[in-house]
Design a protein around this ligand. Structure first.
Ligand code: MRU
Length: 341
């Protein structure tokens, strides 16, 4: 069953984004008419999730080509979009893919060039949905009948152009008729699990419970979790995975108790140029995300804060990486290299 909302949709020369800052209490859409609007939407997390920000950026490049009168200005605008958030490689990947289309078509008329760019942005969006469906078909094989699954952050339709990565795998298993149960980490400090994953799980009628992040260790130790499936924002060439803060800690607990730990990512999330996780740039976000909850102050005024949005899970802690081309198992370095060819 496809979702009843659209994460991103281009019509009337604007990109409409569901405002993920307002969910689940308010379902509203924001229209982006310029590449500056797109950059802001990514930076302020109106749209978030690695594949979703990639597809959004693709439309941003189209709008940049429409707005800019010189090639220099266009390239600056593309760079501006690509720098909106540093960790998810899908952002730079989508911008580069669009700039390549620009380079291949810039000798054509302006109308033809813009047509080619818009067509490519539509392709990136559509491919992402199909990729997620494929990942679902492949990933469901690791979910047994009656499995209890733990997930972290939001990896559903909201984090992608549609369907989802890790949550897409979970939904596929459920719609196939598997009797599953899902525990969703609330995912502090921005509550992507509580606000977004819980909303998607409810819409899909998947039996589930929301837990504080720190309850996961107890569930795992007590044998209540059969496997963990979550997403990824950038996978290094050796299989280290950068994902939402808290992923690393979960992987350590899973390893200690022998619980399978899977990351589900499209191949566009693999950064073949980065040898290991130490080279992945980790975004640090504003202190107010920790000192305040929904605008309410919960820490002393001017308290100093460390607020990394992501962490890196070493490949030694990962059972398998689910992609649209199959599940990658150790040795990750060798098996990831085969995907590049
Ligand atoms: O900061 P966010 O909400 O953009 O972080 C998102 C995640 O960490 C997701 O797990 C990741 O992008 C994979 S989503 C398909």
């Amino acid at each position: 069953m496809d979702e009843t909302f659209t994460t991103l949709e281009f019509r009337d020369e604007k990109l409409y984004l569901i405002d993920q800052r307002a969910l689940p209490t308010e379902v509203s859409y924001i229209a982006c008419a310029t590449y500056e609007d797109i950059e802001f939407a990514i930076r302020d997390m109106i749209v978030r999730g690695a594949p979703a920000i990639g597809a959004t950026a693709a439309y941003g490049v189209y709008l940049a080509a429409k707005q800019c009168t010189t090639e220099t200005d266009f390239r600056k605008a593309c760079q501006f979009i690509a720098l909106a958030r540093p960790t998810a490689v899908n952002l730079g990947w989508a911008v580069n893919r669009m700039v390549n289309v620009y380079d291949q078509n810039k000798q054509l008329s302006r109308t033809q060039l813009l047509q080619a760019l818009l067509a490519e942005a539509h392709t990136i969006r559509e491919e992402d949905i199909q990729t997620n469906k494929k990942m679902g078909e492949i990933g469901t094989t690791v979910i047994a009948q009656n499995a209890t699954i733990l997930t972290h952050c939001n990896t559903g339709a909201l984090a992608t152009a549609g369907w989802g990565t890790a949550l897409g795998v979970i939904k596929t298993a459920f719609y196939e008729g598997k009797n599953i149960f899902v525990y969703a980490d609330e995912t502090r400090p921005r509550f992507q699990g509580a606000r977004l994953t819980a909303w998607e799980l409810k819409q899909a009628n998947i039996p589930s419970k929301l837990i504080p992040d720190s309850a996961a260790a107890t569930l795992i130790r007590d044998g209540k979790i059969d496997l963990v499936i979550l997403g990824g924002d950038r996978v290094a060439a050796n299989g280290d995975v950068a994902n939402k803060l808290g992923t690393f800690a979960l992987s350590v607990i899973c390893k200690a108790y022998g619980v399978p730990f899977y990351s589900a990512v499209p191949i566009s999330t693999i950064d073949f140029s980065i040898p290991d996780g130490s080279a992945i740039p980790i975004e640090e976000r504003d202190a107010s995300e920790v000192t305040h909850i929904q605008g309410v102050q919960v820490a002393p005024t001017d308290m100093e804060v460390f607020n990394p949005a992501f962490d890196v899970t070493p490949h030694q802690n990962i059972t398998g990486i689910i992609t649209e081309k199959g599940i990658i198992y150790p040795p990750f370095k060798e098996n990831i290299a085969k995907l590049k060819q």
